[in-house]
Write a new protein. Structure first.
Length: 353
């Protein structure tokens, strides 16, 4: 019904369906799962991290939550909303939804008005205290993570392509990449976003630090650029604006421009950040995002390879793919503080540092 039915009327458009219940293998039918009408509590947010990982490992990679929890409770504060929003920005399904709909708008937390009360049928539900409704911090923090989500769409879409073709989930338990690291195997409160980005959601009220286990590798703090040895637990200072993110050494991280919606045409170059310390490769996957034309070869793959010894990044068109519009791409390649501006038109190119 959900996969074949829509194609009767729109045969060239990929279906999409959102479900609260499902089973392993549902992703074959373009199905997304969300965690249901959960309550807005810190414990709920905390348990959602391992739930996300287990859901992905169960063969359901396209998953998310109602940011903030669907049913507000006395625990529903500006702080809880922000922490949930940060986590949601690194879930495959990213949406802010629930009762007290005005408080699902980041700017709604600074109007003094919670909006319509929609909680009469829920036991234990409550509207936040009026003192929570004048918090000017919420909107700019949410904007920061929303814009980062848009910037990371090239990386995310490529991870989705890997998921569709190889079965590797988008949110990954650490042991998928570090099976020989016992502490990584035990870890259920942080995860890998694709291969390269480690996400450590802050799920404790009033947190000023976040204990993070860095698996056996070297890692770069995404926010500060500091290089850290792995195979150990660290204490990362946090404020309300900060959710710890780390990038694995030997990574290529493509970042697009800030957009207001995913299909917006923005005339700014793709940025490619190199995190040195080991050789790296990355397939940047692109298609039109809506149709099945990729099955006919209408897709573009930019195969990137980083030679850490020679400090050279090579780019070439992936076999079986073709250049899509624009036929000439401006790309900004960055290694630490050094930037190289190049043009890629499908012919192999090397960037030296």
């Amino acid at each position: 019904m959900y996969w074949e039915g829509p194609q009767l009327d729109r045969p060239r458009e990929r279906p999409y369906a959102l479900h609260r219940n499902a089973y392993a293998g549902m992703q074959r039918y373009a199905s997304f799962l969300w965690s249901g009408d959960v309550y807005s509590t810190w414990e709920t947010l905390k348990t959602h991290v391992p739930i996300a990982l287990n859901t992905a490992l169960s063969g359901i990679p396209y998953w998310g939550t109602d940011i903030g929890g669907f049913v507000p409770t006395p625990e529903f504060t500006a702080e809880l909303y922000v922490r949930w929003f940060q986590f949601g920005a690194f879930c495959p399904l990213f949406r802010s939804h629930g009762r007290a709909w005005k408080l699902r708008l980041p700017w709604g937390w600074n109007t003094g008005d919670p909006g319509p009360v929609e909680i009469n049928n829920y036991n234990g539900a409550a509207i936040p205290d009026a003192s929570q409704l004048h918090d000017a911090r919420v909107e700019p923090i949410c904007r920061k993570y929303l814009e980062l989500r848009y910037r990371m769409l090239p990386y995310l879409y490529s991870a989705v392509h890997e998921c569709a073709t190889k079965g590797m989930p988008i949110m990954r338990a650490l042991w998928l990449h570090f099976p020989d690291d016992p502490k990584a195997v035990e870890c259920g409160d942080e995860y890998l976003w694709g291969r390269s980005v480690l996400v450590a959601p802050v799920v404790e009220k009033g947190a000023t630090t976040r204990r993070v286990y860095l698996p056996r590798s070297n890692w770069y703090d995404f926010w500060s650029g500091e290089r850290l040895a792995g195979g150990r637990e660290i204490s990362r200072p946090v404020n309300l604006e900060t959710m710890p993110l780390f990038v694995r050494e030997g990574s290529i991280l493509p970042l697009g421009p800030v957009k207001q919606f995913s299909a917006e045409k923005v005339d700014e170059p793709l940025a490619i950040s190199i995190y040195p310390g080991a050789d790296a490769s990355f397939l940047l996957y692109e298609d039109d995002g809506t149709s099945f034309d990729y099955r006919k070869g209408e897709w573009m793959g930019t195969q990137m390879a980083w030679d850490d010894t020679r400090k050279i990044l090579g780019l070439r068109l992936a076999p079986g793919s073709r250049m899509s519009s624009p036929k000439s791409r401006a790309i900004k390649v960055q290694l630490a503080e050094v930037t190289r501006n190049i043009t890629f038109d499908g012919k192999p190119v090397e960037v030296s540092f």
